[in-house]
Design a binder for this molecule. Sequence first.
Ligand code: IP8
Length: 275
Amino acid sequence: MRIKLVSSNEISILKLGGSLLTDKNVPFSIRKDVVNSAVQQIIDANEKLILIHGGGSFGHPLAKKYSISKGLDTSIQNQILGLAETHQAMNKFNSYLINLFLERNYPALSIQASSTFFKDSQEISTYSVDIIETVLDLKILPVLYGDIILDKQGSFSIISGDQIIFELCENLKKYHVSKVIFTMETDGLYINDKNSEGNSILAAECFSDDLESIKLTDLGQKIDVTGGIEGKLNFIKQICKYNIPVQLINGLKEGYIYKSLKNQKINCTNILIDK
Ligand code: IP8
């Protein structure tokens, strides 16, 4: 029998995917009913949590237009203005979300990744983990989001919500991440195989070591400057290296975010860490 001890410093990290919260095909469009429901479920669950959200139709089209993730390129017209615009678009989207919490009298505080993380070539350093931990101590919900990141070498790129999660898993000191939840528009990962009715099969449980070898169905491509599902799987593998289980859930299904935060059973993909 295995006993899991829950310490008071255990937290979950929840990522609300940008393609869930926005219509990625229409710039600056928010799926208001989805966002409202997600916010309400987080409030109802009232768990110790760090919330991360993606860029969706706010960050990605601008980042793509100005090739922000490729770094400084003086041949791109207005790239520096585009860098500032990308950051501002994300701030706007984030403010919308934060307001929904505050309107419901739930303390949520926006923390900008562009002021929290700094890049030195490929290495990312974190200066403000203490700030995030203090926000948690005060029982405030810290909300971070995919953003621009500046580089010590005088350049810049994009830091995705997934990368932020990894950095937090690696750098939080006082708090231990007990679970990372990714919300998506499907129930999780589907195996590239069909059941007897011809439907794709959901990988309900899968070990992180197997992520390399299982063949997943092609979930289609949307504009995503931070690597889409393959990029996400790479981060998931890295998160699992810290012995943190990962759950991929459908954010469109009623009550799934709440249930996941409360560790109730749902139809989803659980990525387990040991064999
Ligand atoms: O949607 C990307 O964050 P993601 C953020 O988590 C920007 O990949 C600014 C494109």
